[in-house]
Design a protein around this ligand. Structure first.
Ligand code: DX5
Ligand code: ZN
Length: 221
């Protein structure tokens, strides 16, 4: 099994001190920085774009940056994020005109491609593209906001995604995003996830390291 990765979502960070916040979660043991891009079109909220990603790289952040595109159209932003220093780029298949092409654009730009499945998005979007995926991001809330409650039916979906990944024989990460907390991360891991996005659970805490350590203990238990 892949090493489990903790990916704090900076959507819940203090934007006025973003560089320090990212350094702090990395020092606290985070593996990846989750970067939520919202366009007020595909989702009803607006966040940040490639300039902020580039600013983090210029600030000296070398950890993987996991760009989660909640935008439509998708393709225009891929090259920009690759140039800005993104490591992984995922998008929602309903938001792309040509899913295979968008995945290929991400790979051609030198990043790791992923597809995002909303709570009501069927798994058949994975058909025919498993060979192009580095990760599958399973949404456990509807996209657009931090701080929402985990949708329980996601656990069954995770098990189904895990089965597909195993059947494919490929080394594809399964990422979970939305409402992940210390008290539910164990059952999420048991259902098949190995990359865990957590925004409010980490950034709303006084001690980021305490939360990340507690999450790792739960996953390992
Ligand atoms: C929601 C975003 C999430 C969000 C997670 O659209 O994709 O990454 O920031 O936040 P929490 O962990 O607070 O649910
Ligand atoms: Zn996200």
């Amino acid at each position: 099994m892949n090493k489990c990765m903790i990916a704090p979502s900076i959507l819940s960070a203090d934007f006025a001190r973003l560089g320090d916040e990212v350094e702090a979660v990395l020092e606290a043991g985070a593996d990846v920085i989750h970067f939520d891009v919202m366009d007020n079109h595909y989702v009803p909220n607006l966040s940040f774009g490639p300039m902020i990603c580039e600013a983090l790289r210029k600030h000296g952040i070398t950890a993987p940056i996991d760009v989660h595109l909640m935008v439509s159209p998708v393709d225009d932003l891929i090259e920009q994020f690759a140039e800005a220093g993104a490591s992984y780029i995922s998008f929602h298949p309903e938001a792309s005109q040509h899913v295979d092409r968008s995945l290929q654009l991400i790979e051609d730009a030198g990043c790791e491609p992923g597809l995002v499945l909303n709570p009501a998005t069927p798994l058949h979007y994975l058909d025919h593209v498993m060979d192009k995926l580095h990760h599958i991001l399973v949404m456990s809330v509807n996209p657009g906001f931090g701080g929402q409650a985990f949708i329980p039916s996601t656990l069954d979906k995770l098990r189904q995604v895990k089965q597909r990944v195993v059947a494919s024989g490929r080394d594809i990460r399964i990422e979970i995003d939305g409402g992940v907390k210390v008290d539910n991360i164990r059952e999420i891991a048991e259902a098949g996830a190995d990359m865990f996005v957590a925004g409010s659970a980490i950034f709303n805490a006084d001690d980021y390291g305490e939360v990340i350590d507690a999450m790792r203990r739960e996953i390992a238990a």
